[in-house]
Design a protein around this ligand. Structure first.
Ligand SMILES: [Zn+2]
Length: 311
């Protein structure tokens, strides 16, 4: 789980609103706006651009309503457009222009899936539409997860900070599960999840069955989200990386990074850069979204430098 950082960008938000509404039926948009004001006390534009804490607050308020009230509101939002058409989910979200998806992707500022940090996610310019296809500006190599699922919260179907670009595997596995670990929550830290390994024998560099990978989760919210995504089991598949990292640390010694920096000041700007070249990944938490397995690599490295633990 890689936290996402919220940074308000008014121009980007305005552009997102414009894309969402482009070419849409004005009467339906007016209907949505009326319902947003009536049931949430906010105009539609505000609901679409609710910042992360605003989105969480309004979700809490909504949760305090009675089940009956929530069901009525849900029906009201789902009946916009022709009855049962679910305009917000099927049209506004379902046929969202790729330019709007691009803004969501740029807002998250990630190159890897923030849920698993195992797969790259990307967006590229489209090569042009084939005959019979709709012209789209960009092609996305990721899926969008509705953090607050669109069945329960149809009103947040296109809310910018409710849409998390994730890899198709995580999106499929998460499906409609409700997560409590919200990637945009400002209280998140890069160490909310920490990877460790324990070794059951000295031969672990040759025999990966002697390695056990453990995930230390800092909150029950994190634990439930990790379980929901099968991350514990998935990371068991990366024991070969533990062997490589621990092997390098053993071969080079704990102080190797510092010593190459002082020996080759022209080649390595700092220890972090030396680490990147040697271990093939980023060291700083701010750079974790740039490459798969970055967090795992750093945690395993730090465990190895301290000597790991023999059990
Ligand atoms: Zn993923």
């Amino acid at each position: 789980m890689i936290p996402l950082h919220y940074e308000q960008d008014k121009d980007r938000e305005e552009a997102y609103l414009k894309e969402i509404k482009k070419g849409r039926d004005k009467a339906y948009l007016k209907d949505i706006d009326d319902k947003c004001i009536r049931y949430l006390g906010l105009p539609f534009d505000t609901v679409v651009l609710l910042p992360p804490d605003g989105l969480m607050n309004i979700q809490k308020e909504y949760g305090r309503k009675s089940e009956k009230e929530r069901e009525t509101i849900r029906k009201e939002f789902r009946s916009i457009g022709k009855t049962e058409n679910q305009y917000m989910e099927h049209i506004l979200y379902g046929t969202m222009p790729s330019a709007a998806r691009k803004i969501i992707f740029d807002t998250a500022k990630v190159k890897t899936c923030p849920y698993c940090n195992r797969n790259f996610i990307q967006m590229v310019e489209a090569k042009g539409a084939e005959e019979g296809e709709q012209e789209e500006k960009y092609k996305s190599f990721f899926e969008l997860d509705h953090f607050l699922d669109k069945d329960t919260y149809p009103m947040f179907s296109v809310s910018l900070y409710n849409l998390i670009p994730v890899c198709p595997s995580c999106n499929r596995v998460k499906s409609t599960q409700k997560f409590e670990y919200y990637p945009y929550d400002s209280a998140n830290g890069s160490d909310d999840l920490r990877f460790h390994y324990v070794i059951m024998g000295e031969d672990f560099l040759k025999d990966e069955s002697l390695i056990k990978i453990e995930l230390e989760k800092r909150s029950p919210e994190m634990t439930r989200s990790i379980d929901g995504l099968y991350l514990e089991k998935l990371y068991e598949g990366h024991k070969d990386l533990v062997q490589e990292i621990a092997g390098k640390v053993r071969f080079f010694g704990d102080d190797y990074l510092k010593s190459v920096c002082s020996q080759f000041p022209d080649l390595f700007r700092d220890v972090e850069e030396a680490y990147r070249i040697l271990y093939g990944n980023y060291y700083e938490a701010a750079d974790f979204p740039k490459r798969p397995l970055s967090k795992f690599t750093r945690d395993i490295y730090e465990d190895s430098v301290e000597g790991g633990a023999i059990r």
